[in-house]
Design a protein around this ligand. Structure first.
Ligand code: NAD
Ligand code: SER
Length: 307
């Protein structure tokens, strides 16, 4: 399989690229900035339509994984740029993939596409969606566009609504769920951490290995199994900052958090606490493997502890 990964330098790209290589794919990675790991790379701004067109026609990928994005907090700080990367460039990627006869496209949406009128618990696949943040607005628009490109042009776009992704080796920035990674590193290095959310803000989360497995399973499923052409709900686990703090304290008993909410609190409160994911389980066999103890165990295998 010839594969192009756009936005390969981020949290998910760094984990997805080795998984695609392990599957035997011939892979080209692109990002706007140099990657922190070794692989064949072309630097590219995904908003540069002509450069992307040229690359697609030269590389001729069968699959494209479009991961370039401005996450939720960064999109609030730079809304116009956020829209350009998260929505306008996604439109270009879909158009150019159609033109270059790409067989399958993966583009992730987010739980940020839900809003204050979305049911908070066991959020169904098709609830009311009224995102308040610009990132969520762009994700919801992107979901509608993905379905439109499938129905109107037959482009095989596949998507999941990722919850907060947690994994080692990459300190995420610009998101509302970043605390769930940062807390481990702060606990190991300093023994304290200041959370920018209220302690009881429960959010859906997913361990990175589950996130990568979801992408691979979805992309490997036969097209006729894919009944959701906007974006699939997937549930991994759910926890609040206080629950994560308590779990980390089992390993580091003196660890303490302070809670100083900022603008990210409002975004987090507008998102669901848990997700109902029957269509993903039924259509392509989604089954998460990590609960909170397993996630922590996996993180402690990589996060260096102070001696
Ligand atoms: P990230 O912020 O870690 O990585 C995004 C990458 O996009 C970065 O390497 C960045 O350099 C690149 N990028 C930004 N602007 C670009 C541009 N103009 N041209 C080319 N590249 C550009 O994000 P991530 O966590 O890896 O997320 C990947 C995808 O998954 C995104 O669509 C994101 O919205 C989605 N998602 C992530 C999470 C999460 O918790 N990580 C949750 C829900 C959805
Ligand atoms: N983790 C992402 C964020 O917080 C959710 O899409 O922005």
């Amino acid at each position: 399989m010839r594969v192009l990964v756009i936005g390969a330098g981020g949290q998910i790209g760094q984990a997805l690229v080795p998984a695609l290589q392990a599957r035997g794919d011939t892979l080209l990675a692109t990002d706007i900035r140099p990657l922190s790991y070794e692989t064949d790379t072309v630097l590219l701004d995904v908003r540069d339509t002509e450069a992307l067109r040229k690359l697609l026609h030269q590389w001729k990928p069968q699959e494209v994984y479009h991961l370039a994005a401005f996450l939720s907090a960064r999109s609030e700080e730079q809304p116009r740029l956020g829209w350009e990367v998260n929505f306008a460039a996604t439109w270009s990627v879909f158009e150019l993939c159609l033109e270059a006869r790409v067989e399958r496209v993966f583009w992730p949406s987010s739980i940020a596409a839900f809003g204050p009128h979305t049911p908070k618990h066991h959020t169904p696949q098709y609830p009311p969606m009224d995102p308040t943040g610009l990132y969520g607005i762009a994700k919801l628009a992107g979901e509608r566009l993905a379905e439109y490109f499938f129905r109107r042009y037959g482009l095989d776009v596949r998507s999941v609504r990722f919850p907060g992704v947690v994994g080692p080796g990459h300190l995420p920035s610009g998101g509302t769920t970043d605390f769930a990674v940062h807390m481990f590193y702060a606990a190991a290095e300093k023994g304290t951490y200041t959370v920018y959310l209220e302690s009881d803000t429960t959010l859906p989360m997913l361990y990175i290995d589950d996130a990568v497995r979801a992408i691979l399973q979805l992309m490997e499923a036969p097209a006729e199994r894919i009944t959701v052409r906007s974006s699939y709900n997937i549930q991994g686990l759910s926890f609040s900052p206080a629950q994560l703090e308590a779990e980390i304290r089992k390993k580091l008993p003196t660890f303490r958090c302070a809670y100083v909410p900022d603008f990210r609190q409002e975004l987090a409160r507008s998102w669901p606490e848990s997700i109902e994911d029957t269509p993903a389980r039924r259509d392509w066999g989604w089954q998460p493997q990590y609960d909170l103890p397993a996630l922590c165990e996996a993180m402690w295998q990589s996060v260096p502890l102070r001696s």
